[in-house]
Design a protein around this ligand. Structure first.
Ligand code: NAD
Ligand code: ZN
Length: 342
């Protein structure tokens, strides 16, 4: 089969013929239809320090996908050829304390599809049935292909109650933009999103945010005054991984405010802990999605009118992967989709 492979320990990805994955008794074989390019894939492509110490070579990469079941192992129930599915990209151990308690998203031994084991940028993918998600009615395939990052957005956005609250989102990347749509759908009052990239801010405006703020030229205290807010933001969603974005957030939260941190900082940085202590803030780290409550929440929100499709800005055939990766890395795109079937 054709697949995008991290074939050499150097920048790049290579389209190669590789053997089809073999099906175990508990596995589902999926014909991949569409895949999304994630920031993680860009790190693997550019072969930064994180990728060098994490990614085995050679390996098929990619983890955001939608496809069709073609075959199931002899132990598998509940899936049949023709089912439209995506996969939870985190494989959990099933045996640690959290897994045994049903808190699988807190597993301490997570393995990542396309990170620690072969991925979805290929014509076929095999996953254990415990990681396969059956799509509900009315989920269009492009949106189904990005359920993984959409799930990051939902898990972060719903970490704290948002009904009637004022929300600050730092980072208008694809995940920040989807989170804005989610908190809007979930009944937030003001949804303020920040970035330093005008293309991203323009995309965010299409999601019906209250204000899309370029922090190079505008300051959050002024935005708060303009909106008639006098106590600060109730909920913060950090989705940039940028130190000054988090510092800005900490300085603009209401007393008792709650922050969910999804953005991954490239290195350690200091914050003013006085904001956390004296303003009695809660800070919670978020990784991945809840299995499978987040997947359920995504489905029912789409079925009840949430539309995240404007975040998808580019579509390419898999042969044009180089252009697709260039678009995703340019900072001018939202989500970039690769098509694997004709
Ligand atoms: P992205 O890199 O496309 O978006 C980040 C955005 O932050 C960019 O648009 C960038 O211009 C903006 N930014 C940079 N400096 C800023 C500043 N000072 N203030 C405001 N915005 C600023 O990333 P994404 O794919 O949308 O993902 C968002 C973040 O979440 C990334 O850090 C990513 O690594 C992380 N992530 C975490 C998980 C997890 O499970 N915790 C999963 C996926 C992604
Ligand atoms: Zn576990």
């Amino acid at each position: 089969m054709r697949a995008l492979v991290k074939a050499h320990a150097e920048p790049g990805l290579w389209l190669q013929d590789v053997p089809e994955p073999t099906l175990g008794i508990n596995d589902v074989l999926i014909k991949v239809d569409r895949t999304g390019i994630c920031g993680t894939d860009l790190h693997i492509h550019s072969w930064d320090k994180w990728a060098q110490k994490t990614i085995p070579v050679p390996m098929v990469v990619g983890h955001e996908f939608v496809g069709d079941v073609v075959e199931v192992g002899s132990n598998v129930t509940g899936f049949a050829p023709g089912d439209v599915v995506s996969g939870e990209g985190h494989l959990v151990c099933g045996r640690c304390r959290n897994c045994m308690a049903g808190r699988r998203h807190l597993c301490a031994h997570t393995q990542g599809v396309g990170v620690n084991r072969p991925g979805a940028f290929a014509e076929y993918l095999v996953l254990p049935m415990t990681n396969v998600w059956h799509h509900g009615h009315g989920i269009e395939r492009d949106v189904a292909a990005i359920f993984d990052p959409f799930g990051n957005a939902v898990h972060t956005a719903l970490a704290f109650p948002v009904l009637g609250e004022d929300i600050l989102i730092t980072g208008a990347g694809p995940i920040g933009i989807m989170a804005a749509a989610v908190v809007r759908h979930a009944g937030a009052r003001h949804v303020v999103i920040t970035d330093v990239n005008p293309h991203r801010l323009e995309l965010a405006r299409r999601m019906n945010v209250t204000r899309a703020v370029d922090v190079r030229t505008e300051r959050l205290p002024e935005v708060q005054r303009e909106l008639g807010m006098d106590e600060g933001f109730d909920v913060g969603l950090e989705m940039s991984g940028n130190a000054s974005a988090l510092r800005d957030m900490l300085a603009n939260m209401a007393h008792g405010g709650r922050i969910a941190l999804l953005g991954i900082p490239p290195e350690e940085f200091a914050i003013d802990w006085n904001h956390v202590v004296f303003n009695m803030l809660t800070i919670r780290g978020i990784y991945g999605r809840e299995m499978y409550e987040t997947w359920y929440a995504m489905t029912v929100m789409v079925q009840s009118g949430l539309d995240v499709s404007p975040v998808i800005t580019h579509r390419f055939g898999y042969e044009d992967h180089a252009e697709a990766f260039a678009a995703a890395a340019s900072g001018e795109a939202g989500k970039v989709i690769l098509h694997w079937s004709e």
